[in-house]
Write a protein that binds this ligand. Structure first.
Ligand code: AMP
Length: 266
């Protein structure tokens, strides 16, 4: 079932690695086609490939896995929203709701042309409230500083905190087997290969990734808790934080769809 949005959704999914953020993003986009995903990692990789000045600067840091400077990341996201026509600098606003001369409304070709002046008067940008200017940010913001900066320009209006118990995530990861040449992933509890330890398609052996060990994942999950806490706190203060609990993606999706539709599709 496809659902239309009635207002712009600007959302972020926060969830531990292994909690199924990617799955929920894909499902949301399939059900609400006006949503699109903007991934900071993908944008960076595309800048690196095209050898832009930003890409050249970013490349070395990305190789080490270190985070890039907050202002650089905010600039990257603003630039992307700008390219998509969802965010325009204040000075070159051709059609705005409070800038339109009497009778000039007919110049607007679609609702996409209506830009709502930002309530933050310090902002130099205006963002679109059209449902087609809806997005899920993936990988951004990663820090409270990034969240604060982007909120002053284009406020995020829903942050979904996906909570899956740690032991459930660990259990899922430790049951994961991969066919390395193809990247096919199996799980012995819910997506088992036909023959244990053997790839369905090629008949070749499956392996467990060295970094899929409980020790590595416990450390990774702890790190996630530490870094996400200030972000969640920021959005809780803004009253846009919504938490969903569930042990699997299939348990979480219907709850997420209902809440999302309640907020953006009525
Ligand atoms: P990802 O594909 O999201 O894992 O991002 C790949 C790399 O890009 C990360 O390891 C960081 O070096 C950089 N990166 C992506 N998003 C951000 C962000 N929001 N803040 C800082 N660095 C980022």
């Amino acid at each position: 079932m496809l659902q239309q949005l009635s207002r712009a959704a600007r959302i972020i999914l926060v969830g531990a690695p292994g909690a199924g953020k990617g799955t929920q993003t894909e499902r949301l986009i399939r059900r609400f086609p006006q949503l699109s995903s903007i991934s900071s990692g993908d944008l960076l990789r595309s800048n690196v490939r095209s050898r832009t000045p930003l890409g050249i600067q970013a490349e070395a840091k990305m190789k080490t896995g270190a985070l890039l400077p907050d202002t650089m990341m905010v600039r990257l996201i603003i630039n992307e929203l700008n390219l998509r026509g969802w965010l325009v600098p204040d000075t070159i606003m051709p059609y705005t709701v409070n800038f339109t001369a009497p009778g000039a409304e007919s110049l607007l070709e679609s609702v996409d042309d209506v830009f709502i002046p930002s309530p933050f008067r310090t902002s130099k940008y205006n963002y679109s409230e059209s449902p087609s200017a809806s997005f899920i940010l993936d990988g951004f913001p990663r820090t409270a500083a990034q969240a604060k900066q982007i909120d002053e320009i284009v406020p995020i209006n829903l942050v979904v905190n996906i909570k899956t118990p740690t032991d459930v995530i660990l259990d899922r990861i430790c049951n994961r087997w991969v066919h390395e040449p193809s990247g096919r992933v199996y799980n012995t509890t819910f997506n088992a290969p036909r023959v244990a330890g053997i790839d369905d398609i090629t008949g070749e052996p499956l392996v467990q990734r060295a970094d899929d060990s409980p020790e590595v994942w416990t450390a990774r999950l702890k790190k996630f808790e530490e870094t996400s806490a200030p972000l969640l706190e920021h959005y809780d203060k803004k009253s846009v934080l919504w938490t969903v609990n569930g042990n699997s993606s299939d348990e979480i999706s219907p709850r997420l769809f209902d809440e999302f539709a309640r907020r953006f599709a009525h």
